[in-house]
Write a protein that binds this ligand. Sequence first.
Ligand code: M6R
Length: 369
Amino acid sequence: EKGGYDYFMLKEIAEQPKAVADTLLGRIDGSGSLSLDEVRIPVSVLREVDKVVIVACGTAYHAGMIAKLAIEHWTRIPCETELASEFRYRDPILDQRTLVVAISQSGETMDTLMALRHAREQGAKVLAICNTNGSTIPRESDAVLYTHAGPEVAVASTKAFLTQLVACYLVALYLGQVRGTKWGDEIEAVIRELSDIAGAVDTVLETMEPVRALARSLADKNTVLFLGRHVGYPVALEGALKLKELAYMHAEGFAAGELKHGPIALIEKDLPVVVVVPSPRGRSVLHDKIVSNIQEIRARGARTIVIAEEGDDAVVPYADHLIRIPATPTLLQPLVATVPLQVFACELATARGNEVDQPRNLAKSVTVE
Ligand code: M6R
């Protein structure tokens, strides 16, 4: 049942190109527009939405952080992403014009379920992004977009995350489409790139051997830090979460701009720091800023592990280890940038002798609050 792999996690990492393609299947029509009729919230209601609130936990929350950037950029609707476990305790401002998006692989996470119940009580419409057919969260929502990743058995979420991202991009682009905001060449181009993204994920998977070797060489370290900006920040958080839950190591993700506000004090000789570098073509200011961050930490002795686009030569002089990913539109980069971090955590956990599919103290779905 593990299909020849030692662990479900390895199998699920390898399945990602197919999972991503399956999530897109039938949702982009021949003319390059999105057809999401399955989202049974009337277009008239979607046109009136004046705020989007995303609730989720763990890895799904990281997908939600990226979704916020996509939704605001492509639709100009204000969007906030919130940890489901915090949501209802702060008396959030919700009404009939709020669209709440609940993201959950299992569809059974109690924190997320309680957040969506609270949202519906306040009159908000709830759209679930879920991987498990007929589970509680989609049953209690107004609409559902299934991720079609297939069953995810390993506790650490991998293919569910990538397909949650795809579903979030679809929702963002669809909202843009029905509202006609910012609907232009960029969105059409992104839909085209999204249809080909499975190939890019495959390319990353084919080049992972050096990442595995690097992970094995770090098995006796105590701490690994992760830095990113914009969409790279949630990717950094996700890389750190994978390492915590699988390798039981101290791992932290930071927004790279925050370094100088405190975390740079942590940098010492030989500390491994993974940096997710944004595309030099998209928001080039961010790219240049992160290159200076890499220089700063390297000058203080950090061992820099740099994830950068193919052809980005500016990072080469400052990268002790360079992991290449295919060029993608800025907002789609997490689909390729996260994969090396999954492989890295899985290999490091194996090297430390940990149980990869069933990490200590964790359950696949958390059905208590
Ligand atoms: O089933 P859900 O997507 O609602 O689960 C949410 C989190 O519990 C889950 O993503 C968790 O953080 C993973 N183990 C991370 O790998």
